[in-house]
Design a protein around this ligand. Structure first.
Ligand SMILES: [Zn+2]
Length: 276
């Protein structure tokens, strides 16, 4: 017969197990927050990508014929987002990837990881790290979970003459213990580049966030600043991905392709992708 003492000690043993860190399985949860912004929860990590929380109507001229206008407010105000361990900032020089409220978030997060050029821009925050292409860093949280982040190639415009003016951007690859299907990425504002094939050789990729929208401003002429839906489908195929989470396709006036576009392209390319 089970005594009260035995029961208490068994419950105590269960409690001890319950507070152990989750180090074998770190489930991934994504929450889309508009524009390029996602809340990514991996195990007990809480990470925000390219934070944009300004109200509708926010505007900034990034140069001649390069006006950015926000046409949609955020679904959650920055003060309601909770504690954030890190921001993954693909570049700091454009308002649609880091707006005024997004800067306020940087001031209270533990770590911001970005490009070397953006790290020199006096961003608010205690620990701002710039990663060069193929360079890695590791985050560890209070539960002992570890997250490896590697910067991989990205190019902001298909016109080489404009690259210096548009500035540096990065793509991030995320790896963690217990990741079964492969790595997870955030593409940043990149167009298709052949180096994406090199990313596929170096990493087994399961899924990721692709910055779509075929962004365009008059200053760049016929060129895009982010992938079109067709380029997104090409990337998913090149990396043999299970799933793509779209970002950077609504919320700003300079995005020329919305969800209608990548739904149509996704349907026609789905038959050539591997099953989920
Ligand atoms: Zn940009």
């Amino acid at each position: 017969m089970t005594t009260q003492n035995q029961l208490s000690s068994e419950l105590a043993a269960l409690d001890a197990m319950a507070v152990k860190p989750i180090n074998l399985s770190m489930p991934l949860r994504l929450t889309y927050l508009g524009g390029p912004t996602y809340l990514i929860e991996i195990g007990r990590f809480r990470i925000v990508t390219d934070p944009g929380f300004d109200p509708q109507g926010t505007e900034k001229s990034e140069g001649p014929s390069h006006l950015l206008t926000k046409v949609m407010g955020p679904p959650v105000p920055v003060d309601k987002i909770g504690d954030i361990d890190a921001v993954l900032l693909t570049h700091a020089q454009h308002l649609d990837n880091l707006d005024n409220e997004g800067r306020r978030l940087l001031a209270r997060v533990g770590t911001t990881i970005t490009t070397p050029a953006s790290a020199k821009m006096n961003l608010p925050g205690k620990n701002v790290q710039g990663l060069a292409t193929w360079e890695s860093t590791e985050l560890t949280n209070a539960s002992g979970e570890r997250l490896k982040i590697t910067a991989t190639p990205a190019v902001h415009t298909s016109n080489p003459d404009l690259r210096e003016a548009v500035g540096e951007v990065t793509w991030f690859m995320l790896e963690w213990e217990g990741q079964k299907a492969g790595a997870f990425y955030i593409s940043g504002d990149t167009v298709w580049i052949d180096e994406i094939l090199e990313i596929g050789k170096r990493f087994k990729v399961a899924s990721g966030i692709l910055h779509l929208g075929a962004a365009n401003v008059p200053a760049v002429g016929e060129n895009y600043l982010t992938m079109s839906s067709a380029d997104g489908a090409r990337t998913a195929k090149a990396l043999n991905m299970n799933s793509v989470y779209p970002a950077h396709f609504e919320g700003w006036r300079h995005f020329t392709q919305g969800s209608w576009s990548h739904r149509a392209v996704g349907r026609s390319s789905a038959s050539s992708r591997r099953p989920a």
